[in-house]
Write a protein that binds this ligand. Structure first.
Ligand SMILES: O=P(O)(O)OC[C@H]1O[C@H](O[C@H]2O[C@H](CO)[C@@H](O)[C@H](O)[C@H]2O)[C@H](O)[C@@H](O)[C@@H]1O
Length: 924
């Protein structure tokens, strides 16, 4: 059994040994070498706008430490680009990487010798132009009349200028980009034996059009055989259009609450969607091609939202999990995406959609409810024929591997060097990507305010901010540069420079050392899925190296980590500069006891919320829900075996028959009309059934007790379950048992009525139907094309879901209506009540339940449980017809005793087919 772990970038990539063309790749290729080997200065612009400790050293009074060498020491502060090996721990065999792996500015080709994109750039500006280009391409393809063969493609590559530079030696190296946190978690789980056969699925992270098919195959084979990795190759346009365009300019900002409202933004009609679709399809195809029955598929992050549904289409029974590592925004933000429905539908192809925090999961549920008008429960999304579980469980780091990595000689050397360098100063540290989401600008402004507000600290504190960047964001760069310059101009003295702003990444060993010597960490992301840098910081503060500093963590309340830390951090709102400035002061002035108290809690959390535990819990949960889904599905797949049913019926001493009314015994009618159809046949069958004293026959319905009494007045003595289980009239009695408590019903009804009235005022022809224990919002649609009432209904359901969370009511969107009813009572609870009572007088041997709607499924599931627990010898559940589609009515059989997989002896039945079955039974 293989577990596929699909993530945009594989944990490994390729480094070509050939020297690149200096015009294309200005940086020389990087072979693995020791720390500090490369000395590379910044661009003029960067040097102008950043402060470095190198300059600090030249101005300052501090003596450079002797170990590591002065050159190495200078390298740290002169923004040296780390080498390949610097990104990884040199001690840990699991290739521990930094959780938050950042691609260096200028792209991955700065680190490895790799080809550049051959995508035709720039992409067309508008959808219209894009469509025309597509048409032209299609026409050309049609004219050519055949697919390009690999040989032909090789020739084309030559014709198009491949100079063979990518044809010779290459080696597999650990990737710098990608989700380091995910890779570490998988490694840790493998190490612990929680996962055995894992196959990574991903791209090698660079454009491959220039490589010929043979080379691609060679690479794919090596990665598969030596690194358990399946390589997804897409063309350069798809890779670039997917990642740089759709992911980075649209999804990433929106998932982090940034709606591009710039007038020139094309975010909402961006043609790059097609590339997103193509790349997702390539991932799905690769997995489908390699899948074997029983395998498990995990799809990771926002780059691959469509993959679950694409796989589900081809592999209906596969066990698929989707984990979103980033934040998931509120529905108000998500609904701005033009492709919102496709993205949600894509994720809902999974059995389990999981998030870092309950808040993101809640947003997702609410968004599905509003945008897709589906029923959202606490546990997931109910769709017509499928339930998708929604869950949250936070990722973590790998503490043992980090502890080991910290013991590397370089880390210890750097720790010592930094301690000496900053002796007598208090150090606030941070490492963030320089993009609009990580709040570096806000942090600098808060730090500036701190220096202005608390002058007594000016000479004593240093903020070391490592700011890495993946994309060129001139506007942000300029803003940040001007703040850095201002702080420097205002607060630097001959003897002291309060800000060290490093515009490039540092090596992993330097990072670990920096985290170890710090007096506080400051993270001010405006939104972030988790932020594992905080977790790494906490591990680095552990033990001797940190001299038990127990340094506090100043952390944005908008990160998943803040939720996990539960208040032991110093939580800040990054937009509130005053609060952030005060938090810096608090961190620096915190007494030892408070520091230790907070630190110990944080340490316990990080030690228990680990990456391997995250893998284990997600795997467990996925297996559980997949099994549940499978059971639900098998309930309605096999057809009813009438011979088996007849046999069981004959042998039963006591039988319980639960028959749904509308859509099962009789067709659906108008909601206003009580008498829907000629009831003669139904009445006759029911009277025959209750004439047998072995039979306990109940009709279940959403209708009120009064309506049911009227409808079944000609079947005296029949049992009735009204309002979907809130009321019960036992057989041969006149009294109704009222399960729903009147007082709490009137309380929630008052609240819900107000909400429904709001929607009634906005949706034409809508109205509210009141029953004793439920309220239904009806919104007959004027035309089938008009989606707005559906949207209003989705909003209405999610509004109720949010407003009435403590009132134990659920809002269920159905066709042209939203039903609001109690959570605690349903047809299943009424049936349980009945069965218990009957069992007091001896066993019930046969349960026969027939229904057609979702509210009948609780009874089907309950029946299955009874059978599993052997509480009832034979259970037959019958699902009549397609939901809400009487014309298509079929009869299928669900959970049965011994005949789950029996061959069908009743192929297709209409509603009246059920009556025929019942008639046949009474004749036995
Ligand atoms: O920048 P991308 O290549 O698009 O990747 C997105 C980020 O992925 C990783 O971060 C995400 O996962 C982390 C672990 O679950 C989580 O802590 C973080 O909040 C998520 O955004 C990766 O660590 C980042 O470098 C990437 O930017």
């Amino acid at each position: 059994m293989t577990t596929f772990v699909a993530s945009l970038f594989l944990p490994h990539t390729i480094h070509f040994h050939d020297l690149p063309d200096p015009d294309q790749n200005p940086t020389p290729p990087v072979e693995p070498r020791m720390l500090g080997d490369i000395s590379q200065s910044n661009s003029a612009n960067d040097t102008r706008s950043t402060t470095t400790a190198l300059s600090l050293l030249s101005k300052g009074t501090a003596t450079p430490p002797q170990t590591p060498s002065a050159k190495e020491h200078d390298d740290f502060f002169s923004q040296v680009q780390p080498t390949v090996t610097d990104h990884f721990s040199k001690l840990d065999p699991r290739t521990l990487v930094r959780s938050d792996s950042h691609v260096p500015e200028g792209g991955i080709a700065k680190v490895f010798n790799q080809p550049r994109s051959r995508a035709a750039a720039p992409l067309p500006d508008t959808i219209l132009e894009y469509a025309k280009a597509q048409e032209r391409a299609q026409a050309m393809k049609a004219r050519m009349g055949r697919k390009i063969s690999p040989t032909r493609s090789r020739n084309l590559t030559k014709e198009h200028g491949s100079d063979g530079r990518w044809a010779s030696e290459w080696s597999v190296v650990p990737a710098v980009q990608g989700n380091g946190g995910l890779n570490n978690a998988i490694q840790a789980a493998k190490h612990k034996g929680l996962l055995t056969e894992v196959t990574s699925v991903g791209t090698i992270g660079f454009p491959t059009d220039v490589l010929d098919e043979g080379k691609k195959m060679e690479i794919a084979e090596k990665l598969e055989s030596e690194h358990d990795s399946l390589t997804v190759f897409v063309n350069d346009s798809d890779l670039d259009g997917h990642y740089t365009h759709y992911c980075k300019t649209i999804l990433w900002p929106v998932f982090h609450y940034q709606i591009p409202d710039h007038p020139k933004s094309k975010a909402y009609e961006d043609h790059s969607w097609v590339f997103y679709v193509n790349l997702n399809q390539a991932f799905a195809d690769k997995i489908i091609e390699n899948y074997k029955r029983g395998d498990i598929i995990w799809v990771h992050d926002y780059h691959l939202c469509l993959v679950p549904a694409m796989i589900r289409k081809k592999l209906p029974d596969a066990q698929i999990g989707f984990f979103l590592h980033t934040a998931f925004p509120s529905s108000e933000v998500f609904r701005c995406l033009a492709t919102r429905k496709d993205l949600l539908e894509g994720m809902l192809g999974a059995n389990l959609v999981a998030f870092q925090t309950p808040e993101y999961a809640h947003h997702f549920l609410q968004t599905c409810s509003r945008i897709l008008s589906v029923e959202a429960t606490e546990d997931g999304i109910q769709r017509d024929n499928q339930f998708v579980n929604v869950w949250s469980f936070p990722i973590g780091v790998d503490p043992p591997a980090l502890q080991l990595a910290r013991k590397a000689p370089e880390v210890l050397q750097w720790t010592k060097a930094l301690q000496e360098r900053f002796a007598g100063k208090r150090l606030i540290v941070a490492r963030d990507k320089l993009d609009n989401i990580r709040g570096v600008r806000q942090k600098l402004l808060a730090f500036e305010l701190f220096l202005n507000k608390y002058p007594e600290w000016r000479e004593k504190v240093v903020l070391v901010q490592v700011a890495t960047s993946t994309t060129e964001n001139h506007e942000l760069n300029e803003t940040v540069s001007s703040i850095v310059t201002r702080i420097e101009a205002q607060h630097s003295t001959l003897a002291h420079q309060p800000l060290v702003f490093l515009r490039q990444d540092i090596a992993f060993s330097q990072f670990l050392a920096l985290m170890s010597v710090a007096d506080a960490l400051m993270i001010t992301s405006l939104r972030e899925g988790m932020n594992l840098t905080c977790h790494e910081f906490i591990m680095c503060q552990d033990g001797e190296a940190a001299e038990q500093k127990h340094a506090p963590v100043i952390l944005s309340e908008f990160t998943g980590s803040s939720v996990v830390f539960g208040g032991s951090e110093l939580a800040v709102n990054p937009w509130d500069y005053r609060q952030c400035a005060d938090a810096i002061k608090k961190a620096l002035e915190m007494d030892a006891d408070e520091k230790a108290r907070r630190y110990n809690k944080l340490r316990d959390i990080v030690m228990s919320t680990t990456g391997d535990n995250w893998v284990a819990k997600l795997s467990e949960h996925l297996a559980k829900v997949h099994q549940e889904h499978f059971q639900r599905d098998t309930m309605s797949v096999p057809r009813l075996s009438v011979s088996k049913l007849s046999e069981a019926y004959k042998n039963a001493g006591k039988r319980l028959l639960l028959l749904d009314y509308e859509g099962t015994l009789a067709p659906f009618g108008s909601v206003n009309k009580t008498v829907l159809t000629n009831m003669d046949r139904v009445t006759e069958v029911l009277n025959d059934l209750i004439a047998d004293p072995k039979n306990h026959v109940y009709v279940m319905s959403g209708r009120t007790a009064e309506e049911l009494e009227m409808l079944f007045g000609r079947v005296p003595g029949i049992g009735l379950i009204a309002e979907n289980g809130c009321y019960l009239r036992e057989m041969n009695t006149d009294d109704w048992i009222e399960f729903a408590d009147e007082e709490s019903t009137s309380t929630w009804k008052a609240a819900v009525k107000e909400i429904l009235q709001y929607y009634c005022d906005r949706v034409e022809n809508s109205w509210v139907e009141e029953r004793h224990a439920s309220l239904t919002f009806h919104y007959p649609r004027a035309t089938t094309h008009d989606d707005s009432p559906n949207r209003q209904a989705g909003d209405c359901a999610s509004h109720i879901y949010d407003a009435c969370q403590n009132q134990r009511v659920k809002a269920v969107p159905t066709k042209e209506s939203v039903i609001v009813e109690p959570m605690d009572w349903d047809k299943g609870t009424a049936a349980t009540h009945l069965l218990k009572k009957l069992q007091k007088e001896g066993p019930v041997d046969l349960l026969f339940a027939a229904g057609n709607e979702r509210d009948d499924e609780v009874v089907f599931r309950w029946g299955k449980e009874l059978l599993d627990k052997q509480e009832v010898r034979d259970v037959f559940t019958v699902n009549v017809g397609h939901r809400n589609t009487v014309a298509m009515a079929t009869l299928t059989q669900g959970t049965t005793g011994k005949c789950l997989n029996d061959p069908p002896d009743m192929p297709l039945l209409t509603l009246s087919g059920l009556l025929n079955v019942l008639k046949r039974l009474v004749k036995i």
